[in-house]
Ligand binder design. Structure first.
Ligand code: GLY
Length: 592
């Protein structure tokens, strides 16, 4: 396969004519033409996606949310790089071309299968609460929670970023190519300029009021007061300089010195909503290596990210409860949807009670995915109508615990990518700055996260502490669910999605689509969504899932038809590699 270098691709990209942004935000199939001119391979990948055909390859593959980021990863893999090398290049490029979703100012979780050792491992690059943060961070003087966007926009919500440290940690463990060289394509493109994508332009337009609040952010996204247009060439020399500093100084150049000082002063001087981040917080940041959380489903091990993410445990609980049920009737069957929906509600009840940063609160992780506990919980699914109530269970615990139910708010943004290298190592990484455009604070060419709003705004309920309350140095609970599915000790599927707490439903549904409904990865990530977290059944508007409305209503669910903009990317590993990219976003899969 001929690989089209990013630098050449960008010249064509900048010539692509502007398209209307009106349809750009979600779902997005109509907007992808802006990328198809980049290369024959990219055009073919879009065609495959549109026809529900997976991209096939024999050696390596990458699937991500933006074709320029995919191309950056493909160039590394074609040159013999590992999945860890490629993830550095992909993340550096996403931070430029999809800045609203992830970047150096955010955090990420990585599940990595190292083919050399046969080990599966996770890296926690989650943002961290400043040492000066207290459980009352998001409460007013009467102890009442702030409004969501009052907390998000500005410095208060900014946690210590983890993504630069995670990139370096992954590269140190599993990379072999020159670190600086992996950052160079994104730095070059930042200098030369890239064509603004339809999704970015659409989101800038819809968020213009918030982006206008801070001068550096406004200057970049609303130059001259006008939102960026589709196809407009955008340069980001400040980002190139930041990558340049990291190229020579490593992640330390981000966490100490001038960049760190600028981050801190931007956060602490944010007009109207200053935060408490300090240079000490940045200098002590650490990536944490954690064992994956694995649950058994259909003779596979579904392995994901444990606390502080709720992703691995909640996906594992949903699948574990469904293990004893026949789901083969498929996604259009209301009874199948009842089972999935109520398993999900039960899992979310446990999530709200028990899941948080396990370095701060005791999380009964093993008990929550114990097959006997899940079989017991699954007995509640044996009826014919919606559960009247989905309460938390009592998983086995190694000591007494009294915690109240969580009241966190999570809105979707984020990005997910998957990579398989020529040696069979696999990266599944979900990466975020939390809300679209994060805190809206921009410094040195990247946006700062608002990840601290993933904590519960309330610290207690009726005098009982909430597990996911803010505490100094703690990591906010996440829903990110980067997943690698294993069979007999070998990876067979890598998958994940953005989407706030709906990530969990999107990932569980796609795994069921692949394993129970026999769908290839492209079909699996394209399945019309039906997602239930807290009782209301969300059905994807404009899709065949809406045909479930009447049956689910009769079963007792409140049904809500709405846009469900996942961003699933998946690679299955069998005789060939097969890649799928979510039709709701701008991404593709490429391989060789
Ligand atoms: N901020 C999205 C998540 O961590 O789940």
């Amino acid at each position: 396969m001929r690989i089209f270098p990013v630098t050449a691709a960008l010249l064509i990209a900048t010539q692509v004519h502007a398209q209307q942004a009106a349809d750009a935000v979600q779902p997005e199939p109509a907007t992808q033409g802006a990328f198809e001119a980049l290369s024959e391979e990219i055009a073919a990948a879009f065609k495959a996606k549109a026809t529900r055909t997976p991209v096939q390859a024999s050696d390596w593959m990458v699937a991500a949310a933006n074709p320029l980021a995919v191309q950056a990863g493909a160039d590394v893999l074609a040159a013999g790089g590992t999945a860890a090398d490629a993830l550095v290049a992909v993340q550096a490029m996403l931070g430029l071309v999809e800045p609203q979703s992830s970047g150096l100012g955010g955090g990420a979780f990585l599940v990595y299968y190292d083919a050399g050792s046969g080990e599966l491992m996770t890296l926690d690059g989650r943002e961290t609460a400043p040492l000066a943060a207290t459980p009352r961070l998001f409460q007013d003087e009467n102890g009442e929670p702030l409004g969501f966007f009052d907390a998000v926009v500005g410095g208060l919500s900014v946690g210590t970023p983890g993504t630069p440290a995670l990139m370096q940690a992954a590269h140190e463990r599993w990379g072999r190519m020159d670190w600086a060289g992996l950052l160079q394509p994104a730095a070059n493109l930042a200098e030369q300029g890239f064509a603004v994508s339809p999704r970015l332009a659409g989101l800038v337009e819809s968020d213009a009021e918030r982006l206008a609040r801070f001068p550096a952010t406004a200057a970049y996204f609303l130059p001259g007061g006008t939102p960026l247009a589709v196809g407009q060439t955008l340069t980001n020399p400040a980002y190139a300089q930041t990558l340049g500093a990291m190229a020579t100084g490593g992640a330390a150049a981000f966490y100490t010195g001038e960049i760190a000082a600028d981050i801190v002063s931007t956060v602490r001087s944010a007009k109207g909503n200053p935060g408490v981040l300090s240079e000490t917080d940045l200098s002590i940041y650490e990536v944490k290596e954690r064992a994956p959380v694995c649950a058994t489903y259909r003779a596979h091990d579904v392995c994901g990210m444990g606390p502080p993410s709720s992703g691995g445990l909640t996906v594992g609980q949903i699948l574990g409860m469904l293990e004893g049920f026949d789901l083969s009737a498929g996604p259009g069957d209301a009874e199948v949807r009842r089972l999935i929906g109520d398993a999900s509600r039960l899992a979310f009840a446990d999530r709200g009670r028990y899941m948080a940063d396990s370095d701060f609160v005791p999380v009964p992780a093993a008990g929550l995915i114990d097959p006997a506990y899940l079989a017991d919980r699954a007995a509640a699914l044996n009826g014919e109508s919606a559960l009247e109530d989905a309460a938390p269970g009592t998983p086995a615990f190694d000591h007494a615990l009294l915690q109240a139910d969580d009241v966190s708010i999570e809105l979707p943004s984020t990005s997910h990518f998957v990579i398989v290298d020529a040696e069979g190592s696999v990266a599944s990484m979900t990466t975020t700055i939390e809300n679209g455009f994060g805190s809206r604070l921009m410094v040195r060419g990247f946006l700062l996260n608002n990840e601290l709003t993933d904590f519960s705004f309330r610290s207690h309920s009726e005098g009982v502490p909430i597990a996911n309350r803010v505490e100094p140095g703690k990591r906010p609970r996440s829903s990110m669910a980067p997943t690698i599915v294993m069979k007999d000790g070998a990876p067979v599927l890598a998958i994940g999605s953005p989407g706030g707490s709906r990530i969990i439903g999107y990932v569980a549904e796609s795994i069921i689509a692949h394993l129970d409904w026999g769908m290839n990865v492209q079909e699996a990530v394209s399945v019309p969504h039906a997602v239930n977290r807290f009782g209301t059944y969300d059905l994807e508007e404009g899709s065949t899932a809406t045909a479930l409305e009447q049956d689910l209503t009769q079963m007792g669910y409140e049904v809500n038809i709405r846009a469900l903009t996942s961003g699933l990317h998946a690679i299955s590993l069998g005789e060939t590699l097969q890649g799928g990219a979510d039709p709701r976003r701008e991404g593709i899969a490429l391989g060789q």
